[in-house]
Design a protein around this ligand. Structure first.
Ligand SMILES: Nc1ncnc2c1ncn2[C@@H]1O[C@H](COP(=O)(O)OP(=O)(O)OP(=O)(O)O)[C@@H](O)[C@H]1O
Length: 494
């Protein structure tokens, strides 16, 4: 495979010329015989196979083309002479690709494969026919050339390898996105059902304050899921996993979502159910999501009145006809202003439709009130893991103290341990007190502040006589505002 494309083409052209001359000189019967001989001769003189990967097929962008481009760019950056560099908004670093008409050799299992970036200029004949200017546009493709004895290797291993490698490089190089189906201003919208911004959030499992054992269980589950492609295919199930995150406000449910997305290197789709009008719109939204993503429905109990129908059946038995009618009218008014997504629509969303629209997705529901949810929605198999995000106990506190104050121990730790055992304090409230307000704010000062805050909250609770109810958070932010805040502050710092 030392020849260039140019040399190969001139050899083919020579052979073609000989063949067309023969065709004109000999009778038809002899031509048929010669055709067979020609096929053998052609293979003998030119034993190479060409495979073309176009950028677009049937109007759709060909995923293989972009994976091949990424792979070749990475592999040939120190070999090919003409390369192009691109730093598009979606990529973390400079992307190198083969320049137009550039060739390169790739080696796989000791065999050499020749690649060429091919560009064909096409005149738009329809516009010139109508008297307008004919606008040239380009049709790009990559051509792979190999000796025909490697046909099997190419079909069974080499192409899979190139595409998988390309995907992996694309994944590590791309900026991840946070999508929403909600109306908003500063979102990038590409005509589909979702808009997006770049997802940047610093949360990791290291910074997440929770019981270390529980945390490890989640990490193990995610690891198993990541490696589960063959397993899910073997058992005939869609490659997806469902997590239900429940717990009081400020215990880190959204932070956990960010940590999961960062750990898995997935995009996030924040599904605002109240903006989805019908079940078919819900289905379309799901079909529009890409693999390697976390699909989140926050505060599922508030998004839809999923429990209404079930409860209504139970209550209806005890009502008078007049009361029933009044309630129905009230409900109708209510439902006109609300989403029409039903529980069964949502259940289809979780299992049925999944299999039809690709793989490798995690779906997360969050709620402050797990007891309000319909059991059908959260049964195991739909929500595979139920994760309780609870109040801050000492182990979780130590993680926050390390994150915020960079300390592993302090004389006040004993008292704090005791206070956290006796009182329900959310990690959010602990974090707020541990955050030094000025650069000179020292650990001692922050820990004292925390002790005081817990004691004051305890006294207030005792005064009001309500020992169980936790104080609701002053303001409720959705996932997008929370994550966008991190993005803005990261921008501010850079
Ligand atoms: N477990 C935790 N580990 C680390 N930080 C936490 C944790 N819980 C809360 N925080 C801090 O508190 C803030 C609020 O937490 P977060 O929004 O994740 O809670 P939430 O459970 O999603 O709350 P809500 O139910 O009100 O939406 C976070 O930005 C983070 O700084």
């Amino acid at each position: 495979m030392g020849e260039t494309f140019g040399e190969q083409f001139s050899r083919i052209a020579g052979l073609m010329f000989v063949w067309s001359t023969i065709q004109q000189l000999v009778p038809y019967r002899v031509q048929i015989y010669l055709e067979k001989l020609w096929a053998k001769l052609f293979t003998f003189f030119y034993p190479y196979v060409h495979i073309t990967f176009h950028e677009y097929t049937k109007g759709m962008r060909n995923e293989a083309y972009s994976c091949i481009g990424t792979y070749l760019g990475a592999k040939s950056s120190n070999k090919a002479k003409h390369l192009t560099g691109d730093k598009s908004g979606n990529s973390k670093s400079l992307t190198i690709s083969l320049a137009k008409r550039e060739e390169t050799i790739d080696e796989f299992n000791g065999v050499q494969f020749q690649w060429k970036a091919f560009t064909e200029e096409i005149q738009d004949s329809s516009s010139s026919r109508r008297g307008g200017l004919s606008i040239p546009h380009e049709k790009n493709s990559y051509i792979l050339v190999f000796h025909e004895k490697y046909r099997e290797m190419v079909a069974e291993r080499y192409l899979d390898y190139v595409i998988e490698e390309g995907k992996a490089i694309e994944l590590s190089n791309r900026k991840r996105k946070l999508y929403t189906n909600k109306n908003g201003n500063d979102w990038y919208w590409n005509g589909g059902k979702w808009k997006h911004i770049i997802f940047q959030h610093p949360a990791t499992f290291d910074t997440l304050a929770m019981d270390p054992k529980k945390k490890q269980e989640i990490i193990n589950d995610l690891d198993a899921f990541k490696k589960g492609k063959e397993y899910y295919a073997k058992i005939g199930k869609a490659w997806k996993r469902g997590y239900l995150l429940y717990g009081p406000p400020g215990t880190g449910k959204s932070t956990m979502i960010a940590a999961i997305a960062n750990y898995m290197e997935y995009d996030i789709y924040d599904m605002e159910l109240t903006s989805v009008k019908t079940n078919s719109e819900l289905k379309q939204l799901l079909i529009d999501t890409r693999s390697k993503s976390v699909i989140v429905i926050e505060d599922i109990d508030c998004s839809l009145d999923l429990t209404k129908k079930r409860k209504k059946k139970e209550d209806d038995g005890a009502k008078t006809e007049e009361k029933k009618k009044d309630d129905e009218e009230e409900e109708e008014k209510d439902s006109n202003s609300k989403s029409k997504v039903t529980l069964s629509g949502l259940l289809n969303f979780i299992d049925g439709i999944w299999s039809a629209c690709g793989q490798e997705r995690i779906i997360i529901f969050t709620t402050n009130h797990v007891d309000k949810l319909d059991p059908a929605l959260i049964r195991r198999g739909r929500m595979d893991m139920h994760i309780e995000m609870s109040y801050c106990k000492f182990e979780a506190f130590k993680i926050l103290a390390k994150n915020y104050l960079d300390i592993d121990s302090h004389p006040l730790f004993g008292e704090i341990r005791q206070l956290l055992e006796e009182n329900d304090v959310s990690p959010c409230d602990v974090a707020e007190n541990l955050m030094p307000k000025t650069d000179s704010g020292d650990a001692q000062h922050c820990l004292m502040k925390l002790v005081e805050a817990i004691k004051t909250a305890k006294l207030e609770k005792e005064k009001s006589g309500d020992k169980k109810e936790s104080k609701p958070r002053k303001m409720k932010f959705n996932l997008l505002s929370k994550f966008n805040f991190f993005k803005q502050s990261a921008k501010g710092k850079s």
